[in-house]
Design a protein around this ligand. Structure first.
Ligand code: GRF
Length: 192
């Protein structure tokens, strides 16, 4: 099963997937970012599907259809979002139903959204964590596949807490993706 990673940040989770031996076939981003260089350094094809040509009002459906075309053209079977900065619209879930995964830096359903680490700090929680889940049209609310708690320390700022969470994500996300791929292979091969 061919795997694509969607990322918009530093790509450290993409790196961890490669280190874990996952066969990442394609990296797609929505903007110039460090993840592009990381992909290149690991010999992974990187494609930028920029948001710029989708209008001032941002035509999310058209953007998503373009992204889906890129994924389908690369014969992708499983999509792993790792800090992807664009919310995908229905066409992604029509084509890849149950085959889009996400990692989120909080214990969902707590702190959904782009500012999960800031929000956890602002709430003064003592424990947060990360969640690997199946992505659905509603952001950060699909079925949970794995979670792990991470302590919030008294001196934490967003950067230190996010890094502690990402240390866990770099292990938990590749493990979970591997399990999903093994399960899918078993189903296809009829041995599950
Ligand atoms: C991760 O914490 C992920 O959960 C979040 O964005 C971060 C991506 O990290 N949505 P990196 O860019 O791979 O370092």
């Amino acid at each position: 099963m061919r795997l694509a990673v969607l990322a918009s940040g530093t790509g450290s989770i993409l790196d961890a997937m490669v280190d874990a031996g996952l066969p990442v076939n394609l990296m797609v981003t929505d903007r110039p970012c460090l993840a592009v260089q990381r992909a290149a350094a690991r010999g992974i094809r990187a494609t930028i599907v920029g948001r710029g040509s989708f209008g001032d009002d941002f035509d999310r459906d058209a953007y998503t259809r373009r992204l889906v075309e890129v994924l389908v053209a690369a014969d992708i079977g499983l999509v792993a979002m790792a800090g992807f900065g664009t919310v995908l619209a229905q066409p992604a879930y029509d084509t890849f139903a149950g085959r889009i995964l996400n990692t989120h830096p909080a214990l969902l359903p707590a702190f959904p959204g782009w500012h999960a680490v800031e929000d956890a700090l602002a709430h003064g929680v003592r424990v947060t964590g990360c969640t690997v889940h199946m992505a659905t049209l509603e952001v950060d609310s699909g079925p949970i596949l794995a979670q792990e708690a991470v302590p919030v320390l008294p001196d934490d700022d967003v950067e230190s807490l996010h890094e502690r969470i990402k240390t866990v994500e770099r292990r938990l996300y590749p493990e979970t993706i591997r399990a999903v791929m093994d399960n899918a292979a078993g189903l296809i091969g009829g041995t599950a």
